[in-house]
Design a protein around this ligand. Structure first.
Ligand SMILES: [Fe+2]
Ligand SMILES: [Fe+2]
Length: 159
């Protein structure tokens, strides 16, 4: 069994740290959509939109950098070197980045448009929530690729 070299905990630690930060930003985004579902008054919708825009912009900045780091190599590459059969899955996950950034841009536009009607508010909340779920799913599959790469290399895999 190959031994774990010194770089591994550093790389894994970095991913975990990055993803923890991302989860924090996602939580803030979700919190921004919590208050008013049915019947929110216009002023409170306006407030909510501002909070959502702010949270989404912070998330967007983080994501752009995070995706860039992932694409520039480093952790996924490391997993692939260990288990080439993960290549297709890793490529698939990385290929989702542009669409995710497009979606967050679209949501920022949607939330920063100023005065929105109650129906627009409900749609925005639903869309933001769906985006958060989609992004979490992306990160989960990414973690799985990395973990498989390391675990199987160490003989820790279940299957
Ligand atoms: Fe990613
Ligand atoms: Fe990621």
């Amino acid at each position: 069994m190959p031994s774990l070299d010194r770089a591994d905990p550093v790389i894994l630690g970095h991913i975990l740290q990055e993803h923890r930060e991302l989860h924090g930003l996602l939580r803030a985004t979700r919190e921004a959509i919590t208050p008013p579902s049915g019947g929110a008054p216009a002023a409170s919708r306006q407030n909510g939109c501002e909070r959502i825009t702010q949270a989404l912009c912070e998330l967007r900045n983080h994501l752009a950098e995070h995706f860039q780091q992932e694409e520039d190599g480093g952790f996924l590459e490391e997993s692939l070197a260990r288990l080439p059969r993960l290549a297709a899955e890793a490529q698939h996950v990385l290929a989702e980045h542009p669409a995710l950034l497009d979606e967050v841009d679209r949501l920022i536009k949607q939330s920063s448009g100023g005065d929105i009607p109650a129906t627009g508010w409900a749609t925005l909340c639903r869309d933001v929530d769906q985006f958060a779920t989609r992004l979490l799913d992306h990160e989960r599959r990414e973690n799985r690729v990395v973990q498989q790469g390391y675990n199987e290399d160490l003989g820790l895999a279940d299957d």
